[in-house]
Design a protein around this ligand. Sequence first.
Ligand SMILES: Cc1cc2nc3c(=O)[nH]c(=O)nc-3n(C[C@H](O)[C@H](O)[C@H](O)COP(=O)(O)OP(=O)(O)OC[C@H]3O[C@@H](n4cnc5c(N)ncnc54)[C@H](O)[C@@H]3O)c2cc1C
Length: 134
Amino acid sequence: MKQRTDLLIVGAGPYGLATAAYAQMRGVDHVLLGEPMEFWWRHMPDDMLLRSGPEWHIDPLDIHTFESYIATSHGSRYSVNPIPVGLFRDYGDWFRRAYHLDAKPGWCESRQSGQDSLSRHGDWRIRGPAQAQS
Ligand SMILES: Cc1cc2nc3c(=O)[nH]c(=O)nc-3n(C[C@H](O)[C@H](O)[C@H](O)COP(=O)(O)OP(=O)(O)OC[C@H]3O[C@@H](n4cnc5c(N)ncnc54)[C@H](O)[C@@H]3O)c2cc1C
């Protein structure tokens, strides 16, 4: 199966989710690839506390901020600082659902011969659950 896109967002971490939300708002055709917040789930200890405070968030539109997530899920009088990593993972999930972002599972590989990284017009394919893009 082939699919073309104007914008391939590799990785659904905080920046990937933020980029997808912005692209969606601007009406830019895009594909968001990767397991949401995968690095945060797999490579950070469950008992970790964040260095950044509750005013930090991932929304370039300043709508679905961490503080709005807390107010929605815990009530406006709830405050948390430092932030447990689990709460920030949940925020990432809430953010993705709030913007209805569709992340395709899989791992992106460039097929551009002689190049290590994706180029502007490079072919790409997905290895993993969502098979065979080129
Ligand atoms: C121990 C630790 C503590 C931290 N504490 C804080 C903190 O308190 N506050 C803070 O703001 N930041 C903190 N950070 C930094 C934070 O992790 C990064 O700023 C943030 O994760 C960057 O987001 P990102 O989306 O660019 O990258 P990532 O979160 O790393 O997401 C990138 C994603 O892309 C995926 N990916 C990569 N290559 C491919 C490919 N070829 N195909 C498909 N998917 C791919 C990866 O699997 C990953 O899930 C901390 C980092 C560490 C390591």
